[in-house]
Structure formats: structure tokens, C-alpha cells
Design a protein around this ligand. Structure first.
Ligand code: NAG
Ligand code: NAG
Ligand code: NAG
Length: 249
């Protein structure tokens, strides 16, 4: 080949590869976010998103339910949907289906029975499964059920006299109630409800290291800490947060 043509082609190749660097996907993560939801808020959002939506609430009306266990790399979200040989298999949940229904409830009644659990396994479980303690479908789901009992949000809040009803609470009160028990900073998520025009508590997240010890949560998932309060939250800091006992619809 003519040298100048060769150099010409080489130049093109370099400029293409420089402008389109091969993405180096990393499925590494640093810590786990254990997210628990307040089902009344989940249901409110679901019903407001479509008039025909219906809810399936846990039988125990004080029960905070599992949303998921999310492996997270510091400073970002995810990784998500990692390459894993383990494909979601609903049959593997059958031995503890009643516990899942009570503690990891699919509030979205008019959705496919296993859809919530399938989504959580596929998006997060496949990444978490690099940890020996979470390396199978039963281990992953059972760990969440165990943590839901050990990190009982309703009990933590009740100990600080925060109970579901029509009273609002300051987000710092809620964070302090959790921290009083876990000794570490949680992450607190609210949704603004367009119907009631109130800020409603939707999730409380507790973070764990790879030895499955509770640690301080750090900013992630778009939830910042407001430096003046040190609470990691996207709830309003000015308005009371509603912790309702019934769906306001
Ligand atoms: C808080 O963040 C979640 C997503 O993580 C979002 O769905 C929600 O609307 C946010 N709430 C507010 C009040 O901005
Ligand atoms: C808090 O401080 C950090 C670092 O100084 C900054 O990046 C962040 O934007 C601040 N957050 C708020 C809500 O002011
Ligand atoms: C942070 O919190 C303080 C005190 O509640 C509040 O005045 C301020 O507006 C908040 N800042 C942001 C960015 O939310």
C-alpha cells in the first residue's frame, strides 16, 4: 500500500476512534442502598397516574415495604442490568411468596403478579449477585425480607412519636428518628402530590457496605444533601412532610 494512503487511512481511523471511544462499561459498585417505601404514598401516585389503576396494600397497615436493594457506585446511580447468568425465575420465589406479598408488596394491583420482583432482580439483583451473600434469587430476595424486619421503619418512627395520620413532620425529625436507631444517615425521598399539593414521604433508604453493615448514605439518585441541614433528601425543608394513614382519593 502506498504510504501516504496508509497514513491517510490511519488518520481517519484515529479520528473515528477518538470521537467514538469504545464505552468501557463498568459493573463495579461500592455500597448497597436498601430502599423501603410507604405504601400509602406508592398507591396515591399509582392511582393519580391513571384513573383505572387500583392498589394492593399490605394487610398490616403500619408496614413499610421493600422497594429494593440497589448496588451503587459512589457519586452516580447504578450500575444497572449487569451481565449475569441468572435469569429471573418466578418459581424460585414460591417458597416465600407469602412473605414477599406482605413485605415486598406489589402495590400496583393491576400489573402482572411478578413484574415488580422481576424488574428489581433484572435491574439491580443481577449487579448485587457479585456479592456471595446475594448470589442467587433466593439469597437476594430473602436478604431484603430480613432487612425489612431488622430495619423496621414504622418502629423507628414510632419511637420518635412519628405516626401515620393527618399530621405533618419536618424532614429533619424523620431523619433523626431513623438515625437514632441505625446510628447512620439515611436518605429520605418525598413526592410532591399534585392532588393534595403536599409533600408526601415516599421512601426511606438505609445504606450498607459490602460486609452488610449499615453505613452513612451519601448523595446519589439525584438526592442531594442540603448542606445547612445535612439531611440527604429531596423533601421540602420548609414545609411539613405528610405521612398519611389513608389514600387521599
Ligand atoms: C425525589 O426524587 C424522586 C426520584 O428519585 C422523584 O421521583 C421525586 O419526584 C422527587 N421528589 C421531589 C419532591 O422532587
Ligand atoms: C453542598 O456542598 C457541596 C460541596 O461544597 C456542593 O457541591 C453542593 O452543591 C451543596 N449543596 C447544596 C444543596 O447547596
Ligand atoms: C437548605 O435548607 C435551608 C434550611 O432549611 C433552607 O433555607 C434552604 O433553602 C435549603 N436549600 C436548598 C437548596 O434546598
Amino acid at each position: 500500500m502506498n504510504t501516504s494512503i496508509f497514513i491517510f487511512l490511519l488518520t481517519i481511523w484515529f479520528s473515528i476512534s477518538a470521537s467514538n471511544p469504545t464505552p468501557t462499561r463498568s459493573y463495579e459498585w461500592d455500597y448497597l442502598i436498601f430502599a423501603q417505601s410507604w405504601p400509602i404514598t406508592t398507591c396515591t401516585q399509582w392511582k393519580e397516574s391513571k384513573a383505572k389503576n387500583t392498589c394492593h396494600l399490605p394487610i398490616d397497615r403500619r408496614q413499610w415495604i421493600v422497594h429494593g436493594i440497589w448496588p451503587t457506585k459512589r457519586g452516580t446511580k447504578g450500575p444497572f442490568s449487569c451481565p449475569s447468568p441468572i435469569h429471573f425465575d418466578p418459581k424460585q420465589l414460591n417458597p416465600f411468596l407469602d412473605q414477599l406479598d406482605a413485605q415486598w408488596t406489589n402495590v400496583h394491583k393491576n400489573s402482572e403478579k411478578y413484574s415488580f420482583w422481576r424488574h428489581e432482580w433484572t435491574k439491580h439483583g443481577t449487579c448485587a449477585s457479585t456479592l456471595p451473600q446475594l448470589n442467587s434469587i433466593p439469597n437476594f430476595f430473602k436478604k431484603a425480607l430480613e432487612w425489612n424486619k431488622a430495619q423496621n421503619i414504622a418502629d423507628m418512627l414510632t419511637q420518635s412519636k412519628i405516626t401515620p395520620g393527618q399530621n405533618g413532620y419536618h424532614v429533619e425529625q424523620i431523619a433523626n428518628a431513623v438515625k437514632a436507631v441505625t446510628k447512620h444517615n439515611p436518605m429520605i425521598e418525598c413526592v410532591f402530590d399534585s392532588h393534595t399539593r403536599e409533600s408526601m414521604i415516599s421512601e426511606i433508604r438505609i445504606c450498607f457496605d459490602k460486609s452488610l453493615e449499615v453505613i452513612d448514605c451519601v448523595q446519589s439518585h439525584g438526592i442531594n444533601n442540603n448542606n445547612s441541614t445535612n439531611v440527604i433528601t429531596n423533601c421540602s425543608l420548609k414545609k411539613p412532610i405528610m405521612y398519611l394513614d389513608t389514600v387521599p382519593l
